[in-house]
Write a protein that binds this ligand. Structure first.
Ligand code: ATP
Ligand code: PRP
Ligand code: NIO
Ligand code: MG
Length: 493
């Protein structure tokens, strides 16, 4: 396992909430451990008050599941756990059960880079109840963060309207894996590169960078600093011009740019990291153009996000490349996605599947019961609607009605004639064996780009985005309603 073996040097089976283990013990104790169950992972609201999300994290989950076993030191730790009266928390026969446990679930998931929406199942796990349960916390941990960051990156890249976005977040990221996973997800979401060298090595993401103010400050003058950098990297000069005086910095960059040109080299550009980025980039552009450097790029950084980039675009700032750190990798201003993992069905002793629902006062919190999948209908590459349906539904029918899971007055008829359809959940594991061919990071990024292209700009705007239709197929909707009535004991319903 590339991440965990490098960073944690061991199994990750204990990377879970304690209550998963107490439930696991109790399932085992009550003879339910091997009952078959189905769980779904989904979220209820797009982050950043946006109109979409970009799924990410599956590759970590594949790694996690393939290495899902309790190793000797994990078992020792559990064996030594005690209740307050000094008795062992877990019986030794249970520890042995864990020792012999092998991941044997079926798993389906949406591919990384897929644009996703509230209520869609992102991952479906079918298998022994105890295993499905133990997976809850790590699956959520992985998907919640990476999907959040891939979404933030997609928004920032969308605001940049085709300009490259360089991810600079490592120094401000939430710890070590927070940084690595963020760099990975940011690349999936559309960033061109990362400054995080370890992420480059682990994931094969392009690495790039300029230089810091300290480089300039370590010389007597800015000009000397630029010259020395040009000596070291004649093909990679992006001069940071704002250490002392931005306009003078641009003059110095031009002077060194001319010296490079005499040697047959071209400077790539300049970076501005403070002050009014519209004002200074426009002056810098004029100066560079007038001096014969119309192709020199202007990189901007300094607490950027999609809102500031949008504003700078509106101001017609002359910025070609955006360096974005803190607000990208910390998902400013939404700290978590809020995806959940809920039991959807249990196999009865007779071998039939019983759908399960959690009733809530808030209708948005009532999960979708039963064994589901989802299909995306599109026409000429443009997505039209997603339908969540029960496994076994005949998709060759041409007429469907989808019903909003929260507001049943919102409905949409779909005539599938002439539409393309894509089943969103793909098989990843069957009986614990991986059947999915993993995509490399560049393929995943391309998938995200293709997906973003399928959705109208009305869904992608930052303010009051138009809601993309995702609904329950009618029969699923009815089953859910009846089940809620039954659980609430509404007579005659
Ligand atoms: N023209 C502009 N329009 C909107 N926002 C801008 C513009 N220029 C800069 N910004 C943003 O305004 C904020 C400026 O922050 P701040 O005042 O802390 O920076 P600064 O003082 O210029 O730089 P530093 O403190 O890093 O030397 C940053 O988030 C920056 O991205
Ligand atoms: O602003 P971010 O989006 O996080 O991008 C990364 C920032 O990190 C660097 O400087 P740092 O913030 O360490 O110092 P400075 O702000 O004093 O230049 C860089 O110059 C950017 O300003
Ligand atoms: O390469 C850069 O310019 C860079 C890297 C990290 C943080 N800020 C800037
Ligand atoms: Mg800063």
């Amino acid at each position: 396992m590339k991440i965990t073996k490098d960073l944690y040097q061991g199994s990750l089976a204990l990377l879970t909430d304690f209550y998963q283990l107490t439930m696991a013990y109790a399932y085992w104790k009550s003879g339910k451990a091997e009952e078959e169950a189905v769980f779904n992972l989904f979220f209820r609201k797009n982050p950043f008050q946006g109109g979409y999300s970009v799924a990410a994290g599956l590759d970590y989950i594949i790694d996690f599941c393939r290495n899902f076993r309790f190793e000797e030191d994990d078992l020792r730790y559990l064996r030594e756990m005690q209740n307050t009266d000094g008795s062992p928390t877990f019986e030794s026969a249970f520890i042995e059960y864990l020792q012999n446990m092998e991941f044997s679930c079926d798993m389906e998931a949406v591919e990384e880079g897929t644009v996703v929406f509230p209520h869609l199942p992102l991952i479906k796990v079918k298998g022994p109840l105890i295993q499905c349960q133990l997976l809850e916390t790590p699956l959520l941990n992985i998907i919640n963060f990476q999907t959040l960051i891939a979404t933030k990156a997609a928004r920032i890249v969308y605001a940049a309207k085709g300009d490259a976005v360089l991810e600079f977040g490592l120094r401000r990221a939430q710890g070590i894996d927070g940084a690595l996973a963020a760099s990975r997800a940011a690349y999936i979401g559309g960033c061109a590169s990362t400054s995080n060298v370890m992420a480059g090595k682990l994931f094969g993401i392009p690495v790039s960078g300029t230089h810091a103010h300290s480089w300039i400050m370590s010389f007597d003058t800015e000009l000397e600093a630029f010259k020395a950098y040009a000596e070291a990297f004649p093909d990679k000069c992006v001069f940071l011009v704002d250490t002392y005086d931005t306009i003078n910095g641009v003059k110095n960059a031009i002077e060194v740019g001319k010296m490079l040109r005499e040697k047959g080299k071209e400077m790539i550009g300049i970076r501005i990291d403070s002050g009014d980025l519209a004002y200074y980039s426009n002056i810098a552009r004029e100066m560079l153009d007038a001096a014969g450097f119309p192709d020199a790029k202007i990189v901007a950084s300094n607490d950027l996000d999609e809102q500031i980039i949008t504003s700078l675009k509106m101001q017609e700032a002359s910025i070609n490349v955006w360096g974005v750190g803190t607000k990208l990798v910390t998902a400013y201003d939404q700290p978590a996605l809020g995806a959940v993992y809920k039991l959807a069905a249990i196999k009865t002793e007779e071998g039939t599947w019983e759908p399960k629902v959690k009733v809530s006062q808030q209708s948005i919190k009532i999960n979708i019961p039963g064994i589901q999948n989802a299909v995306r209908y599109s026409k000429n590459g443009k997505a039209i609607a997603d339908m969540i349906y029960l496994e076994g539904e005949d998709l060759s029918n041409t007429q469907f009605m989808i019903i909003d899971p929260v507001d049943p007055t919102k409905r949409k008829k779909i005539n599938t004639n002439g539409l393309d359809q894509e089943i969103l959940l793909k098989p990843i594991f069957i009986k614990g064996q991986k059947v999915y061919e993993r995509r490399d990071i560049h393929q995943i990024k391309q998938n995200a780009e293709r997906n973003m292209g399928m959705f109208d700009k009305a869904h992608k705007r930052f303010v009051n985005p138009h809601i993309y239709p995702v609904g329950l197929e009618e029969k699923l909707y009815d089953i859910r309603t009846q089940l809620v009535f039954k659980m609430k004991n509404y007579d005659g319903a």
